[in-house]
Ligand binder design. Structure first.
Ligand code: CU
Length: 145
């Protein structure tokens, strides 16, 4: 390999990593918290692109345990019900194929950050807190476009 070939090779490698870095930094960044001590999220609507990388941080500013659970359309009520049965040992979450992404059960004044890939099918994906009794009001919609 002569010097010119090596220079071209280095340029190609540099271009590749620059491209890879720019792609990696394109993850959508979402931040959500409870609304004070109410059984509400402070954000009830997010929009992301289909198949997009998402980084979500749930900052539990309240004095209760909560989580953030993304559900397949039409399944939030069942997941909330099943999560009561799942019990404290399972973090009050019935994990199954309709749970598309979730934080851990976050203790008061703690945060959890998760990375996931947005659904590839456009639509409205409900998110809930699956702690018993919270999902009726502690919910929102992640819109995938
Ligand atoms: Cu909650």
């Amino acid at each position: 390999m002569n010097l010119k070939t090596m220079a071209i090779a280095i340029n190609i490698v540099t271009a590749f990593f620059t491209f890879a870095l720019s792609f990696a930094s394109q993850a959508a960044t979402l931040k959500i918290s409870p609304k004070g001590e109410q059984l509400l999220f402070d954000q009830t609507a997010f929009t992301v692109k289909a198949g997009e990388k998402v980084k979500l941080t749930f900052n539990n500013t309240s004095s209760m345990q909560h989580n953030w659970v993304l559900t397949a359309p039409g399944t939030a009520d069942k997941i909330a019900q099943d999560s009561i049965t799942a019990g404290a040992a399972k973090g009050w979450l019935a994990i199954g194929p309709d749970v598309l992404a979730h934080t851990k059960l976050v203790d008061p004044k703690k945060t959890d950050t998760i990375d996931f890939v947005a659904p590839t099918k456009p639509g409205d994906y409900p998110f809930i807190c699956s702690f018993p009794g919270h999902a009726m009001t502690m919910k929102g919609i992640l819109t995938v476009k």
